[in-house]
Every structure is written in structure tokens, then in C-alpha cells.
Ligand binder design. Structure first.
Ligand code: PLP
Length: 433
């Protein structure tokens, strides 16, 4: 239950704050005052294990001391000099060059996920051959809420989707197969249909995709999906633009999720975990695209907050820790533990229709029955609230709960978090009997 001091503050705020908050904030009604590692504290002094890591952002947990130091020192030194060079930016470029595949050697810096997706779209449009004026996207993909990004989003994201200039392909949503087939006997038909689309649409300049579809519930493609589609894009001169705003930075057990699926993108959008949740984003690309005379026109990467020294400091410190402490490898080890524990929960609770994920990114799909697979958002909401009451924070969207623990979480705390989730499931399913 939300404590009394929080309730009073929320009542006061509601006199002025416009509606439109995320489902989790609107439902959860908590006022957090501090965070340290994987632990959050609310205004009434209750603590929570944060398996949602901020907004799936805090790869190093909340307020990692080295990121705090980097930000504090930077805050005392320099905040905004438009996009002039700084020593930190040079270091950040070097760090990225060491972590990304070698062909992705050119970078520009922004503040948010949607902003970096827009920058990728501008670059694609700048280098596109005449007549290639459409962009490919996947059903169930999410790329942000600015107008260009929404053009790629073909499902309801709380605002009506605007599918303007993009063409659509099937996502690899095996649990709810869009063409009602079953893996592996399907032969990954969804991918062949996307291939066909690409072959038949000479006006498509790029495919913008999430290698794993995050907001839609951590949809992990089966083997063969990306191989087919990436080959087809190469064959037909369609640029591969990986939106790794959520998956990039190590969350899936490789610095890029694209690497886990053998995709070699031309452009990659990075944000959430890149700077430990500080507003920051990077576009990484092949020099053939980002140094193309049309894409690299004066001012094309500049804006008021792009290249912000504070964001750069947070990203630099984050990547230094990720590299020094071999955290991408740690994601793989902790991911195995999470996978095992969640599989136990799935065996125990019928309402968990599907549990899927990779590295430290998981989606739990709640259903009314495993036979009908009818989504059960009310059950997901009840579990989400019961978990909060027990001292666990997860991320909710519709009938899906997502988990994205910090890479730095202790094993014992991760296990405790999952067992709290089990207790929340028990409470809800027993109450429903
Ligand atoms: C894959 C992906 N792209 C883009 C975005 C948009 O990022 P932002 O909310 O920072 O604009 C998100 C946000 O969740 C995302 O998951």
C-alpha cells in the first residue's frame, strides 16, 4: 500500500499535473526519494528491489558512485557549449570504438531515444537513392513518440499510431504468431514474408528494427529470422538500422543485441543504459553513411542539448565501469540464474502463459488460460501491485511484466527479487480462487 506521506504528496500534485503518466506510475502511486544499486526507497521509508532498473536504464544500478562522481565533477565544470569538442567526448568516442563492431566507427550524440531514432531517419533519408522514399518497420516495434519515430510504430502506444511513410513487416512473435503457424515447422515464414516485402518494394531505403522487440513484451526472434531478413536487406540495398535504445549497452549479454543474432547493422541507436539513465543517446554508424556528404551537412547533428557534457560524462563513466568490470559477461551469468528462476515460476503458475528473454531482459506474459492464451492485464496489474507492496518493483505494460535488473545486482538480491515476484503471484492467484 502507498504510505501516508506519499498519498498526501500525490494528492497535492494531482491539482496541477496533467494526466498521461505511464501505466506503472499511475497504478503504482509511489514517490521515490532515493536509489542505491538495485534498491529504491520511497517517501515513507519503504524499500524496493528494483528489477525494472529505472526505466530499464540503470545498468549499473541507481547512483553508481563512479557515475555520481563523474556527473558531480562535470556539473561543477561545464554544462553546455553547444556541440563544441570536449576531452570527455574524445574519450567517449574511443570507448565506443572499443565496444562496438569495428565497422561502426562514426558517432553522434543526442539526449533521448526518440531523438536518436529521428537522427537515424534523417541520415537514411539524406543518403537514400532517388525514389527510395519509404522506411520499413516491424509490427510490434517501438521507437519513441516523436512524429518520425511514431511513423514506424504500428500499434497503439497510448496515442494513435501514425504510420505515415513506413511499410510493415511481421515480427517474430511466436507466442501469438501473426500467421498462426508454429515454430519450427513454420520454417520462419514471418521472415520469408518480410523478405518478399523487401524484394518487392524498391522504394524502401531502410529497415528500422529492434533486434528484440522490447516494449511489446521482449519478443525474442527464433533462429533464422534475422539471418533471412538481414540477407535480403543487403541484397536489395536496404540499410539496416538497429534501434538498440533498450537492448544496447550490454543488456542482452553482448554489447549489441544485433551481435547475438549475427546482424551487421549500418546504423545503431543507443540510449537507455548508455549513460545509466541520464538523458543521453548515441547514433553509431558506418562512415559510408554518417560521413556521406549529404548526411554530414553542417548542423545536421547539432541541437541545443546534443553532445551535452553532462550526458557525455555519465556515458563515459558508465562505459568505463562496464568495460573494467566485465559487466557484459556478468549479464550472461546472471541471465542464466534469472532464466532458471523464472522457468520455475512458470512451472508453478498457470497465469504465466509465456516467459521469454535473453541476458538480463525478460518478458512475462499473463494469460487467462494457457489454452486460449487470452491476455490477462488485470492479473498482471494485480501482480504488479502485490509485488510493490512486498517490496519489489517491476515494469508493467498491458498484460506483460518486464524485468531488466541492473548488471551489478548481487546474485542473492536477484534471487530475492524473483522470490518476491513468486509471493506476489501466490497472493494474486490464491485471492482469485
Ligand atoms: C527501442 C526503443 N526505441 C526508442 C525509444 C524511445 O526512447 P525515449 O523514451 O528516450 O524517447 C524506446 C523507449 O522505450 C525504446 O524502447
Amino acid at each position: 500500500m502507498t504510505g501516508p506521506r506519499q498519498l498526501a504528496l500525490l494528492a497535492q500534485e494531482s491539482a496541477h499535473l496533467a494526466p498521461g503518466a505511464s501505466e506503472e506510475a499511475a497504478l503504482g502511486r509511489r514517490v521515490f526519494v532515493s536509489g542505491s544499486g538495485a534498491i529504491l526507497t520511497d517517501l515513507d521509508g519503504n524499500q524496493y528491489i528494483d528489477l525494472a532498473a529505472g526505466t530499464l536504464t540503470q545498468s549499473l544500478g541507481h547512483c553508481h558512485p563512479e557515475v555520481v562522481t563523474a556527473l558531480t565533477e562535470q556539473a561543477a565544470r561545464l554544462w553546455n557549449v553547444h556541440d563544441f569538442a570536449t576531452a570527455d567526448r574524445v574519450e567517449l568516442c574511443e570507448l565506443l570504438a572499443g565496444l562496438l563492431p569495428p565497422e561502426l566507427d562514426t558517432y553522434s550524440f543526442f539526449s533521448t531515444g526518440a531523438e536518436v531514432v529521428e537522427a537515424a531517419l534523417r541520415a537514411v533519408q539524406a543518403v537514400a537513392e532517388p525514389g527510395r522514399n519509404r522506411i520499413g518497420a516491424l509490427r510490434h516495434g517501438f521507437h519513441g513518440k516523436t512524429q518520425g519515430a511514431r511513423m514506424l510504430v504500428h500499434w497503439d502506444i497510448g496515442n494513435q499510431a501514425f504510420a505515415g511513410n513506413s511499410v510493415l513487416g511481421y515480427s517474430p512473435y511466436c507466442y501469438r504468431c501473426p500467421i498462426e503457424l508454429q515454430y519450427p515447422s513454420c520454417g520462419v515464414r514471418c521472415a520469408s514474408l518480410v523478405r518478399k516485402h523487401i524484394a518487392e518494394k524498391p522504394n524502401v531505403s531502410a529497415l528500422v528494427f529492434e533486434p528484440i522487440l522490447g516494449a511489446a513484451g521482449v519478443i525474442v526472434p527464433p533462429p533464422g529470422y534475422w539471418e533471412q531478413i538481414a540477407d535480403s536487406c543487403r541484397e536489395h540495398g536496404v540499410l539496416l538500422v538497429a534501434d538498440e535504445v533498450l537492448t544496447g549497452g550490454g543488456r542482452t549479454g553482448a554489447f549489441l543485441a544485433s551481435e547475438r543474432f549475427g546482424i551487421e547493422p549500418d546504423l545503431v541507436a543507443l540510449s537507455k543504459g548508455l549513460a545509466s539513465g541520464f538523458p543521453f543517446a548515441a547514433l553509431a554508424g558506418r562512415s559510408s553513411v554518417l560521413r556521406h556528404p549529404q548526411a554530414g551537412r553542417a548542423g545536421s547533428t547539432a541541437s541545443t542539448y546534443s553532445n551535452n557534457p553532462l550526458g557525455i560524462a555519465a556515458a563515459r563513466a558508465t562505459l568505463e565501469v562496464v568495460t573494467r568490470d566485465s559487466l557484459v559477461e556478468q549479464v550472461l551469468t546472471l541471465g542464466e540464474l534469472l532464466d532458471e528462476r523464472l522457468a520455475e515460476l512458470r512451472r508453478q503458475f498457470e497465469v504465466l502463459g509465456d516467459v521469454r528473454g535473453i541476458g538480463l531482459l525478460y518478458g512475462l506474459e499473463f494469460v487467462r488460460s494457457r489454452t486460449t492464451r487470452e491476455p490477462a492485464p488485470d492479473v498482471a496489474r494485480a501482480v504488479y501491485l502485490a509485488a510493490l507492496d512486498l517490496g519489489l518493483r517491476v515494469s508493467i505494460g498491458g498484460h506483460i511484466i518486464r524485468l531488466a535488473p541492473p548488471f551489478t545486482i548481487e546474485r542473492a538480491l536477484l534471487e530475492e527479487g524473483v522470490s518476491l515476484l513468486g509471493r506476489a503471484l501466490e497472493r494474486v492467484t490464491e485471492a482469485g480462487r
